[in-house]
Each structure stands twice: as C-alpha cells, then as structure tokens.
Design a protein around this ligand. Structure first.
Ligand SMILES: Cc1cc2nc3c(=O)[nH]c(=O)nc-3n(C[C@H](O)[C@H](O)[C@H](O)COP(=O)(O)OP(=O)(O)OC[C@H]3O[C@@H](n4cnc5c(N)ncnc54)[C@H](O)[C@@H]3O)c2cc1C
Length: 405
C-alpha cells in the first residue's frame, strides 16, 4: 500500500512504454529472499545479549536466541509487544490490523519468516486485486479503469490475511516462545559500550549489563536522540540516520451502516500517501469498515486539529464532498485512530529501503565495536520492507552478533 503513489506514476509511464513486465515488485522481492535464515542454523554462544525493542525485529532475533539457549532479555519501552503491529477486535466482526496490514510480497515469504520448509502456505490470504478504485484530487473524483486496477495487482500482487492479522502471525510464530523474556515499561535511555561489557540504562533508573546488544528501535526513535551512546556515534553515521525518510502519519478506521465507498480511493498528494480503503475487502464480514491511511506532508493539516474527533469530522467532511453527504448520514460514531507518527516510541510510520542510498544503509548497518548491533525494517539486507523486512533483519543481525569474534 505504501508505494501506491509511485505505482500511480508508473501506471501512467507504463501505458506509454510498457514497464509492467520488467518491474514486477513481488517477483523481485521473492527473488531476494535468503535461501536460509538464522532459524536454520545452530549457534554456540555463551555471552549475554540484551535486545532493545519487542517489535517484529527484536522478537525474531529473540526467537533465535531462545532456540539456541542463549542468555538474553528484551527491554521494551511500552506495556505491550508488537511495536507497529497491533490489532483491534472491538469495532468489527473481524480482527482489524491497525498497524501493518498488507503482505506486500509473495505469500511464500510467510514460510521463510516462520521457518517452514516447502511451498505450501498455511495462512488463508486474500489476493488484494481491487476491482473498484478511484482517485481524488480534492475537486475531481475519477473512477479508475479495470486495466488500471489489473496493472496495480500484476505489478504488486499484495495480499491480506483473511481471518487473522499481521499481529496474529507474529504473535503465533515469533512472540509465543520469547514473550516471557520481555521486561515491559523499560525505555532505554543510554548504551555505554566503551568497556568490555555493555551497560544499558533505562529512563526509570535501571541498569543492565550484557556482552552484546541488539537495538531494534524505529528510525524515528534513533533520530530523536532519546538514546545516548558512549562513545558517541560518528557524525557520518548520525548524518546517514538523519537522512532516512521516516514520515509522520496515522491510520484511522471508521464504521458505517452502509457501504457507499469503492474498494479504494487514492488521494493525489505531494508526498507520502493518503488513501481511503475498504478494510473489510473480501473478508467474511457484515460490518462496513473504512480505513484511512495518511503519511507524509499531508499529515500536518490533521495534526493541526485539536482532537481525534476533529480529525474524524474532517475525514467525514471530505467523504461527504465526494459522496454527497452519505458519510455523515451512515457513520455509526465508532472509530479508532492510531497515531503512529506521534507515539513517543515510534515517531513515524515506515521506511522504504529502495528509496535510500545504499552507502547510507551500509554505514548504519555496521555494528558499533562489534558490541552494539542494529536491526529493524531499514536494516534488512534483503530489502523486503515492512514486517518481512523487520523479521528478516532480526534473523540476519542476530546471526552476525552471535558469530562475531
Ligand atoms: C500505519 C502503518 C501501516 C503499515 N503498513 C504495513 C503493511 O501494510 N505491511 C507491512 O509489511 N508493513 C507495514 N508497516 C510497517 C511495519 O509495521 C514495520 O515495518 C514493522 O512492524 C517494524 O518492525 P520493527 O521491529 O522494525 O520496529 P517496531 O515495530 O517499531 O518495534 C520497535 C520496538 O521498540 C520499542 N522501543 C522504541 N524505543 C525504545 C526504547 N528507547 N527502549 C526500549 N524499547 C523501545 C517500541 O516500543 C517497539 O515495540 C506499517 C506501519 C505503520 C505504522
């Protein structure tokens, strides 16, 4: 979903020069998947490891440590695990992903993430092949052709979980064996790696010691300087981190008594993304749930409003403009707003490695003195992005950490 705006541009280009066959996103992503991951290996490491962050990357790394009986703990700033994965079961008659939602790459990726061999997928997936979409530039509502919808799907054959969520997938296949090692409400504020042992301190005054640390906080948290390093990171690395794009943004979910909207409405924006979409698309659902994703420059106008309710009112007004008052007439008053861009321990939405300079990615992926390692979606060497990228980075970086001399 996140590269939809780029796709719109490509769509126009493709009609001129026929790009679709050579650029197929999912095929490229699948071809970059590793043949094996740390789940397929065994390790013999007798040091202690601290993982900072219980998101997909941190817990994937922990799964490897757990499997190999390595001594470790996970320090998590909040009172929950999952990071940018979260689900709601209160609004609709199906579970809603209010963080990551789509599988952007081929279904076989799921097997790689959970360490299953073979081609058969256990999960029930919905191919995200939309048939009714439109664009909206604030004035004109244009229905897209079936050719355009087919192009989108052929270029990037995404899918969604039919009965479950991304959160459930990670909960079942990754968190299950490691969650007992999480110390919640432990926001890390400093990492001192100047001596033999690494000292990690939290905001609430606790101190922990380990041989090696794996830091999996978001790029937003890294940029915020919430965590200080001793010795300080080199300026070159700080500059590379600061140059990464990690847009602000949020997801809203609204409930209606009628479905008056198409599968998706892509709003034309200068940067980032703004899209209304039917969250119940091809789910076995009786409830009408419309999602709204906004990232990039367009987010600020919503952040300038005083409350979540005002943001929802503004969305209803825009929908009323397109659908002749239908939104307000059928809105049930139920909504969720998940403001990832302003959550203290996320401070943004997602990164897109393919947009960043390879030299920057290489630089920021290096460990500090072979003691402090980094993982998380942007550190994925296989450039899968999103949740698969986060999990694969966890496997890759913990392998590096365990094997370093
Ligand atoms: C609205 C939204 C929609 C998305 N849609 C998709 C999608 O459709 N498909 C997809 O694949 N991806 C999607 N993504 C991206 C995906 O969610 C992320 O790539 C992935 O979850 C990142 O995992 P991570 O472990 O790298 O980071 P995180 O999930 O951010 O985990 C980092 C963890 O570190 C913790 N932490 C932060 N600071 C500290 C600290 N100082 N001390 C201790 N702990 C700390 C955090 O609380 C968090 O638990 C979406 C993201 C958002 C926000």
């Amino acid at each position: 979903m996140k590269i939809r705006n780029i796709l719109l541009t490509l769509l126009i280009a493709s009609s001129i020069i026929g790009l679709s066959s050579c650029l197929r996103w999912a095929a490229r992503a699948e071809s970059k998947l590793p043949a094996e991951t740390a789940l397929d290996k065994t390790y013999n490491y007798d040091g202690k490891v601290i993982i900072v962050g219980a998101g997909a990357a941190g817990m994937a790394a922990a799964k490897v440590l757990e499997k190999n009986n390595v001594d470790y703990i996970i320090l998590e700033a909040t009172d929950r695990y999952g990071g940018r994965l979260k689900k709601d079961t209160s609004l609709a008659d199906f579970p809603i992903d209010i963080g990551a939602e789509w599988l952007h790459s081929a279904p076989i990726t799921l097997n790689k993430l959970k360490g299953k061999k073979g081609q058969e997928i256990d999960e029930k997936l919905i191919p995200y092949h939309l048939t009714s979409t439109a664009t909206w530039d604030g004035k004109e509502y244009k229905i897209s052709s079936s050719r355009q919808n087919d192009f989108m799907y052929n270029f990037m054959p995404e899918s969604k979980f039919k009965e479950t969520t991304w959160y459930d997938f990670v909960d079942e296949h990754i968190a299950k064996t490691v969650k007992h090692k999480i110390q919640f409400n432990s926001p890390v504020s400093s990492i001192n790696y100047s001596n033999n042992k690494v000292i990690v301190k939290t905001k609430n005054g606790k101190s922990f010691e380990a041989d090696r640390v794996l830091l999996t906080v978001s790029v937003g948290v890294l940029k915020s300087n919430m965590i200080s390093f001793t010795p300080a990171m080199k300026q070159e690395r700080i500059t590379a981190i600061n140059s990464l794009t990690f847009n602000p943004g949020f997801k809203a979910v609204l409930k209606f008594s009628e479905k008056f909207y198409p599968d998706a409405i892509n709003c034309i924006v200068e940067s980032g993304e703004k899209v209304y979409y039917d969250i119940a698309f091809k789910k076995d659902a009786q409830t009408n749930i419309l999602g709204f994703l906004c990232t990039g420059n367009g987010t600020q106008r919503y952040y300038d409003l005083k409350s979540e309710k005002e943001i929802i009112t503004s969305l209803l007004q825009e929908l009323d403009q397109i659908f002749d008052g239908k939104a307000t007439q059928t809105y049930t008053g139920d909504f969720i707003l998940e403001n990832w861009g302003q959550y203290e321990y996320t401070l943004g939405t997602w990164t897109q490695a393919f947009q960043e300079k390879n030299s920057d990615l290489k630089l920021i992926s290096q460990a500090l003195d072979d003691k402090v390692y980094f993982a998380g979606e942007i550190f994925d060497p296989y450039k899968q992005m999103g949740v698969p990228g986060a999990i694969l980075s966890g496997y890759y970086m913990i392998d590096q950490l365990l094997l370093a001399e």
